[in-house]
Write a protein that binds this ligand. Structure first.
Ligand code: ADP
Length: 257
């Protein structure tokens, strides 16, 4: 069976196609004011037997395009275990959400924690701060890693943190020290969610922010365990959807979030 999983996130839409237990396609596009158009573009020309959707836009998508839906938590846990069968903890930092999931030995969700509605400590927060530091988000990790020491950024609100960064720049604090301070604050928030959910090795770090190696290292320093990042951390939840598309309808959208 050929199955598709689509993860309609706040910043990007991700598509994974699986066949015979193998990943056949993995693609992503930036999201826009018209998520359905982005989804249609991603799906254009793709053939599959079944599809499952997750993410912010999943209900709109399911109404307009025939697909079943599943919670992001179930999809993230399923994708994580497929990529790393020994995974017991998933930390996912996307555009607007930070999630920590703890799983039992068989991969069932034991507990989860999520950030509140505030974007602090998420990918969007990183984008705003990167802009203030005149850095690309893709370069942010290298910038932070180049600092010998960090300059703490204490504001938790994205707007206040941006102002704090602007005044630190005006005081002559080097950009890389600010970048490291921001990285540490993101890791602190994610680690505290993970501690609440329970941290059991192996730990997998997923979502777009996992592309930032400085956040990975800062998480390891906070959690005192190795934190693994898959080759394409953004696609994990979409893979989970594609796996769940092959399972029975009873497994779908029966879980929280
Ligand atoms: P969502 O599922 O909410 O759409 P993603 O998992 O796609 O979010 O993550 C988006 C975030 O990932 C962005 O806000 C940005 O901070 C981060 N990001 C995206 N690309 C990169 C990159 N190349 N390097 C580092 N961080 C990145």
């Amino acid at each position: 069976m050929r199955t598709a999983g689509i993860d309609i996130g706040s910043r990007t839409v991700k598509l994974a196609i699986l066949e015979d237990g193998r990943l056949r396609a993995a693609r992503k596009r930036e999201n826009s004011f018209d998520p359905l158009a982005v989804c249609r573009e991603l799906l254009d020309g793709e053939r599959f037997d079944r599809m499952v959707a997750t993410g912010y836009g999943r209900h709109l998508f399911a109404r307009e395009i025939a697909a079943r839906t599943v919670s992001e938590l179930t999809a993230a846990a399923t994708g994580a275990r497929w990529l790393l069968p020994s995974c017991r903890t998933v930390i996912d930092i996307g555009g607007q959400d930070t999630k920590a999931l703890s799983l039992d030995d068989s991969g069932r969700l034991l507990r989860f924690e999520m950030n509140d509605k505030c974007a602090a400590g998420t990918g969007r927060f990183l984008e705003v701060i990167a802009l203030a530091l005149a850095a690309r988000v893709s370069e942010f990790g290298a910038l932070a890693a180049s600092a010998a020491g960090s300059c703490p950024v204490s504001s938790t609100c994205t707007v206040f943190a941006e102002s704090e960064v602007v005044s630190l720049i005006a005081r002559g604090v080097p950009r890389n020290q600010i970048a490291l301070g921001v990285t540490e604050s993101i890791a602190l928030r994610a680690a505290s969610l993970a501690h609440k959910a329970g941290v059991f090795p192996d730990v997998l770090f997923t979502g777009g922010v996992a592309l930032n190696p400085a956040v990975q290292r800062a998480l390891e320093a906070r959690l005192h365990v190795a934190v693994q990042v898959p080759d394409d951390p953004q696609i994990v939840t979409a893979i989970g959807c594609a796996l769940l598309a092959a399972s029975s309808p009873a497994d779908l959208d029966a879980s929280p979030a």
